[in-house]
Write a protein that binds this ligand. Structure first.
Ligand SMILES: [Zn+2]
Length: 293
C-alpha cells in the first residue's frame, strides 16, 4: 500500500487528469478514507481549472503568426549561404570524374615508393605539382562533365560550380601531397619535413591555378602540356643552353626562372590571381561556347 505522502504528491497530476488507470483507482480508494487529501484535491482542481481557463484566455496577436511563418520559411542569409555551398560542394564531389580520386592517389603512392627506394625526396617535389595540375586541368568543360547538360540547366552559375570543384580537388591534392611527404619520413629526418612541404606547396598552387585557367581558355590538353612544360623547364641545364645559344642573358634568365619556383609567397599570390581569372572566364558566354566545339 502507498503511504499518504505519496498520494499527496500525486494529487496535482490526478487533478489535471495526468494519472494512469491504476494510479487513478488507488487514488480514489485512498481519497475515500483520507479527508486531508480530499481538501487538497479541491484546491488542486481549482488551480487546474484556473490554469486551463487563463491559457485559453490568451490569444495571439493576429499579425504574429504570419510573421513567424515568414521567419521560419526564410532562414537567415548566412545559414542559407552555408547550406547552399555545402550542397553544391557535395553535388560536385559526385560529378567530378570519379576515377580522378583513386588514380591520383595511386600515382602519388608510386611516387612515394620510387622516392623511398631511390632515397630521393625530389620525386615528391617534382610529382605533386604535376599531379595537381593535371587534375585541375580536367575539372572544366563538357568532356569532363557527365552532368554538364543538367548543370547548365540549373540556376547555379558556372563559376560557382567551378569554384566548388576547384576547392574539393585542391584540398584533395594538398592532402595527397602531405601524406606523400609523411611517407618520405621512412628515410628523411623529421626536421626536413617542413622544408620539403614548403618546397612543393607553392609550385602546386601555382600550377593548379594555371592549369585550371588554361583549361577554361584552351582545353585540358593544352593546359596539361603547358604546365608540365613550364614545370620541367627549370631542369634545362646551363650547359645544354650555352651550347645552343652562347649568351649570358640566357643563363641569367634560366637562373632567375629556377629561383622563381622557390618563392612560395609569389607563387601562391599568382595562383590566387589565376584562379580569379579562371572563375571569371568560366562565366563568359563566348568562352563557354568555344569550349563546346
Ligand atoms: Zn491522504
Amino acid at each position: 500500500m502507498k503511504a499518504h505522502t505519496e498520494f499527496e504528491e500525486l494529487l496535482p497530476f490526478y487533478a489535471a487528469g495526468g494519472c494512469n488507470a491504476q494510479q487513478k483507482r488507488e487514488m480514489e480508494a485512498h481519497l475515500n478514507d483520507c479527508p486531508e487529501c480530499q481538501t487538497e484535491l479541491v484546491m488542486w482542481k481549482a488551480v487546474s481549472s484556473e490554469i486551463t481557463a487563463s491559457s485559453q484566455a490568451i490569444t495571439a496577436p493576429p499579425e504574429i503568426p504570419a510573421r513567424v511563418i515568414k521567419r521560419i520559411h526564410t532562414p537567415n542569409p548566412l545559414t542559407a549561404a552555408v547550406r547552399q555551398s555545402w550542397q553544391l560542394i557535395r553535388a560536385q564531389f559526385y560529378i567530378v570524374q570519379s576515377e580522378l580520386w583513386p588514380i591520383s592517389a595511386l600515382v602519388m603512392l608510386i611516387g612515394v615508393l620510387v622516392a623511398v627506394i631511390a632515397r630521393k625526396d625530389m620525386v615528391i617535389y617534382l610529382l605533386s605539382p604535376m599531379m595537381a595540375a593535371s587534375t585541375l586541368a580536367m575539372l572544366y568543360g563538357p568532356d569532363h562533365d557527365p552532368a554538364n547538360e543538367l548543370a547548365r540547366s540549373t540556376a547555379t552559375s558556372p563559376w560557382k560550380i567551378l569554384l566548388a570543384r576547384m576547392s574539393i580537388m585542391s584540398t584533395y591534392n594538398l592532402l595527397l601531397g602531405l601524406v606523400a611527404s609523411l611517407g618520405l619520413l621512412l628515410f628523411v629526418k623529421p626536421e626536413m619535413l617542413g622544408t620539403i612541404i614548403l618546397g612543393w606547396v607553392g609550385p602546386l598552387a601555382f600550377l593548379s591555378s594555371l592549369a585550371l585557367l588554361l583549361s577554361v581558355w584552351w582545353g585540358t590538353g593544352i593546359a596539361i602540356a603547358a604546365t608540365y612544360g613550364l614545370w620541367l623547364a627549370q631542369y634545362i641545364s646551363f650547359k645544354t643552353i650555352s651550347i645552343w645559344m652562347p649568351s649570358p642573358i640566357w643563363s641569367s634568365f634560366l637562373s632567375a626562372y629556377k629561383d622563381f619556383w622557390h618563392e612560395p609567397l609569389l607563387l601562391v599570390g599568382l595562383s590566387i590571381l589565376f584562379a580569379f581569372i579562371a572563375l571569371w572566364s568560366a562565366n563568359q558566354p563566348v568562352l563557354r561556347l568555344s569550349s563546346n566545339q
